[in-house]
Every structure is written in C-alpha cells, then in structure tokens.
Design a protein around this ligand. Sequence first.
Ligand SMILES: Nc1ncnc2c1ncn2[C@@H]1O[C@H](COP(=O)(O)OP(=O)(O)OP(=O)(O)O)[C@@H](O)[C@H]1O
Ligand SMILES: [Mg+2]
Length: 398
Amino acid sequence: MTRAKAKILLVLEDGLDAAPIQEALPAGTRVQSAPLNGEHGKLPLKDAADAELMLVACASDGDHVLELIKAAHTQLQSRLPVVVIYAGSPNGFMERAFEAGADDLIALPQSQEQLAFALEKALVRRRGASSSQAGTMIAVLGPKGGTGKTLTTCNLAQALAATGASPVVVDLDLQFGDVGLALGLRPEQTIYNLAVAGGSLDVEKIESFLARHPSGASALLAPVRPDQAATVSPGFLRTVFDLLRTRHDFVIVDTPPAFTPEVIAAIDAASHLCLVGMLDALSLKDTKIGLETLAQMGFEPSDVTLVLNRADTSIGISMGDVERLLGRRPDVLVPSDRAIPMAITEGRTIVDAEPDSAAARAFASLAQTYRAGGKVPRLQPLQPAPKRRLTLLKKGAA
Ligand SMILES: Nc1ncnc2c1ncn2[C@@H]1O[C@H](COP(=O)(O)OP(=O)(O)OP(=O)(O)O)[C@@H](O)[C@H]1O
Ligand SMILES: [Mg+2]
C-alpha cells in the first residue's frame, strides 16, 4: 500500500504534539511542518506546492481552522486533499470541516495503529483519485422536472453493465430520489446511513452501503425521507465521488431538477456532463438555460452530451427548430414509449425489458459513447421500433 517519499504538509495547532502523527505516517514520508497560527485563511502556499496531502491537526474548533481548509480548497482548486485530525470534543465541528472542504476526518484519540491505518488510507485514496485510472464520472442533469434524468441514469447504468463495466449510480435527488424504485432495489442502506455512520470514509465502507443490481451495476440510494437529506454535505459528496471512482469505471450521478450545492459539487467533480431535455417548448427553454449556465461555469459545448427525450413527440417543433433554439444538435434521441413507464412499474429498465426497442438502443448507443471515452460522434436518427407485443404487465399472455 505504501509508496516512499510522499510529501505531507502537517499544519499543527499550538500545543499539539507532532511526534505521534509523524510516527504514524508510512515509512519514507517527508513531512513539512507549518504552524496553525490563527491567521484566518493563511495557507502556507509555498510549502503546499509539491505536497500530496495536507494534514491539519487541531484541538480547537475555531474559524481559523475552517478558513484554512476553505483556503486549501479554493486557492489550490481542490488539488491538495485535506485530512483533519481533530483532538477536540464532538460538537458538530466535523460536519463544519466537511462543509469547508475537508476530504477526510480522523477523530482522536486513536491507537497508533489505527492512526497509521487511517493516514495510509488517505494517501492511497489520494493516489487512486488522482491517477489516470480514476473512473469516468457522469453527472446527469436537467433543470426541469420529469424530463427523463432518472430514466437516462438507470438505463445508462444497465447498458454500461451489459458491456462488462462496473457502473455505480449515486442518487443525488436527496429529497425525492427514485433510482431505487426504477431499478427495483430496496433502500436497506442509503447515502443518509453512510453520512451518519461516523468514523473516516474509505472505499470498502462505501461499498458496504451500495445496493446491488443483478446487471452488475450498483447504487448509492437516496435517503428514504426528505428530512434526512440535510445530512449530506458537498464536502462529504466530494470524498464519496473520489472514492467511488477508484473502484468503479463509471460513476453516474442522478440529480434533482435544480442547481443545488450538491449538484454543483457533482458537476465540479464530473468528467462528463449529460444534459437531458424533453421535446416540448417549456423543457427546451429550460434546456437552453441549462446549457447557458454550464457555459457560464466554464464548460465547453463539447463537454456536454445532450439527450433529447420524447424526441418523436408530434407537437409542431421540428428538429431544425430544436437546433436553432439550443444552438446545437442533440446527441441522442430517445422516443416516447409506453413500455418505459410499464417497465418502471416493475422496477426494470427499458434496456432490460425491451432491449430491441428504439429507446433501449438509444441508451445502448449512449453507453457505447461513454465506453469510447466521450462525446457521441454523430446523431443517430430515430429508428422505428420493431413491432412487439406488450408483454410487460401481461407476462402470461399468448
Ligand atoms: N421516453 C419516455 N417515454 C415514456 N415515458 C417516459 C419517457 N421518459 C420519461 N418517461 C416517464 O416520465 C416520468 C419521469 O421520468 P424521470 O423520472 O426519468 O424524470 P426525471 O427527470 O428524473 O424527473 P425529476 O426531475 O422529477 O427527477 C417517468 O415516470 C417515466 O416513466
Ligand atoms: Mg429523477
């Protein structure tokens, strides 16, 4: 697990002993110490430049600690992960540190072995997250409700699993998430249970909170009650995303129809964005605003895959109108299909229930695109679905 000559920046509050922390670090670690001296947000930038990890060891819960974490997060664009070693009393400080951008928290007292293990995991995780091996992370977005984000997320996950990938879905619709229903998974453990589980986060721990789908996909499900959503902070999510990407080749994040702080954390962390709009005037207006918002956030049009759902609806809007309005062509067209809600009723995806349907093929082509590493090369025109009998709800029908 260890690799020699990591450089760790240890920022130590007055009165704390550096020796037990230094002894707990993996052999060969270079430690650069700096004082945590109460100067708000003053980051030892020079020392941080070539550090792999910043450890902030403190016993107080003052603003100066939170300011330092925030400064590391913003001034270094999250390049330097921050692990807080906290020796104070439990009083909500841990949550505030996560919100400020801490990647991991280690509460003292711990035995020397436990501390060594926690620090080693933080380093290993850092390397995994920053390596080129980190999985693709796709944030599925759509500013309007009901456009087909959850449909796209679940079908994309199953279509990717069918290609031999190991996708994981994170349901970030924290108040009204329905990935579990759409995939027929029971919410025995959810992201809420993970968030309140306490202790430090590692990938094995997150894996134990995932629901497993028979396709090979897995899912970190949304809380079962809306009031549990508040426990999930952007800082916590950043760590969850980083860790999942070390284990899964695809992390697909379903989102609610709003740019909440959690959604923005997912957009920041994502390698790919997938915007889902629907063929109707109101949804197209919101899709246009969504594209403009992403452009303002610095994303190029080529960073965003555009899925147009219900693309065959006859409402007097042509594909030319869509292109003129959005300033670009959609990449994937998904037709309306009543087999889709029927499949959802059974907790199945259309990819699973009707693999030959045009909708399933659209999601399979989206999966192939991501398998190939990015954008859809060319719009596939909608193919009429082969004639089929409706067998979903009437399984016994001849
Ligand atoms: N192409 C389609 N054909 C038929 N039904 C569809 C299609 N797309 C979506 N639906 C139905 O519309 C409903 C909303 O879809 P979905 O839940 O995926 O939207 P959403 O964008 O996730 O909504 P929200 O913003 O509320 O999370 C679902 O019940 C789904 O069955
Ligand atoms: Mg949804």
